[in-house]
Design a protein around this ligand. Structure first.
Ligand code: HEC
Ligand code: HEC
Ligand code: HEC
Length: 320
């Protein structure tokens, strides 16, 4: 081998070694879940499970695509022994651990109306309130209305709930499916295969029931006239678009709503700024269709709730 080639070979080998080293270091620094599992074992001394990545395979048929199962790893950190202790005890621990491990629990609980009673199974009552058929019930959603196409008219919107029909007791021979068979993302969204806090909580819906009703009341008051009664789009683009929902994260949606036409992505559009003006915004009367002065209409918390409401339109079945 010529010395030039040898040097090239050595350089390449060294480069590959460095890459492997970086990957290994990243892998061990990302293993925050191991510490959480150790803590869990201390908190629940009777728990029996391997300290390792825990995977949950939802058991309903729609969770299978061909030969591959849909897997989620939320339980690596939350109730890692879910399949042993069952849904009822798991639901209790989810609320208890939230108080113990989440430093900002009081603030989060206040913003997202947490009751600290976690559902354990999809009961008929829960499905009647938040299921796909829930617009038909009297104790479910209010009938939401939106201005009709003719001036002075209003249309009633039938907003279907977020729990898919195939999880209802009626479709499962009357059986109430538990957390161990439906998994977490059917209600919470989030990065289902990730094992780091930030990546797994990306696009997370914190309190699905609360954001669905609270978010809906904000949405029908401020947004539906332009984005459509079911997020299908009108003057504004559709918000129920699965490709965009799967592509953009919380931060993007938050910025769209907070800054509207004052942010670079929406300059010159009619999308109002519901919070504040982007820091680099300069009013240009030839471009802007709206006044340069922005007054806050929605609080930061309300915008976050709206983002989570929009996230509910992301369909479980179409997640990657
Ligand atoms: C790397 C560990 C880890 C993974 C993986 C993880 N979580 Fe969490 N999560 C936590 C911790 C720690 C908290 C703080 C409170 C607690 O333990 O309940 C938390 C809090 C939450 C909360 C309460 C709201 C909040 O933001 O504090 C929800 C809801 C939640 N997680 C859902 C999920 C879902 C759904 C998944 C999977 C898509 C998931 N988590 C994956 C560690 C994790
Ligand atoms: C049927 C829908 C549903 C499923 C499935 C579900 N959650 Fe929740 N989750 C909720 C609701 C509703 C709340 C708000 C409870 C409240 O008011 O405190 C919540 C709240 C939470 C919280 C905050 C603590 C609390 O109890 O308020 C955590 C953490 C959490 N869920 C984790 C998970 C994990 C992990 C899974 C999967 C093992 C999961 N959830 C599955 C509906 C669900
Ligand atoms: C006056 C009509 C109007 C109203 C009211 C309105 N929007 Fe918009 N919105 C738009 C238009 C137009 C765009 C597209 C802007 C562009 O083309 O850059 C948009 C864009 C958006 C986007 C970005 C969509 C994407 O996929 O990139 C989001 C998110 C959004 N609006 C949310 C909301 C929310 C939430 C509300 C209620 C608080 C609201 N909008 C109220 C007209 C409106």
């Amino acid at each position: 081998m010529s010395s030039g080639l040898t040097r090239l070979f050595l350089a390449l080998s060294a480069f590959i070694l460095v890459l492997t080293g970086v990957a290994a270091a990243k892998d061990s620094s990302d293993r925050h879940y191991l510490a959480i599992q150790e803590q869990y074992k201390l908190d629940y001394k009777d728990s029996k499970f391997d300290v390792a990545v825990q995977q949950l395979f939802p058991t309903f048929v729609q969770a299978k695509r061909g030969d591959t199962f849909r897997v989620e790893r939320c339980i690596s950190c939350h109730v890692p022994d879910l399949t042993i202790i069952g849904p009822q005890r798991a639901a209790e621990r989810l609320a208890k651990d939230f108080l113990k491990y989440e430093p900002k629990h009081a603030e989060i609980a206040k913003t997202y109306g947490l009751t600290l009673t976690h559902p354990a199974t999809i009961t008929q009552q829960l499905y009647d309130k938040y299921g796909e058929d829930s617009y038909a019930t009297t104790d479910g959603f209010h009938p939401y209305t939106i201005a009709g196409d003719k001036p002075g008219t209003v249309d009633t919107v039938k907003l279907p709930g977020f729990i898919p029909k195939f999880l209802s007791p009626a479709q499962n021979n009357g059986r109430e499916l538990g957390l161990d068979s439906v998994g977490c993302i059917t209600c919470h969204n989030g990065g289902r295969l990730s094992l780091t806090d930030s990546e797994s909580h990306l696009n997370l819906i914190i309190n699905p029931e609360f954001t669905w009703t609270e978010g809906a009341s904000l949405y029908y008051k401020y947004c539906a006239t332009c984005h459509g009664g079911l997020g299908e789009g009108k003057i504004g683009p559709p918000l129920a678009n699965q490709d965009r929902l799967g592509y953009f994260n919380e931060d993007y949606y938050y910025r769209c709503i907070e800054y509207g036409y004052t942010d670079f992505e929406h300059l010159g559009s009619v999308m109002p700024a519901w919070g504040s003006a982007a820091s680099d915004f300069h009013y240009d009367p030839t471009r802007d269709k709206q006044p340069g002065k922005v007054t806050r209409v929605l609080s930061e918390d309300q915008i976050s709730i709206l983002v989570q409401f929009i996230r509910h339109w992301e369909k479980y079945e179409t997640l990657p």
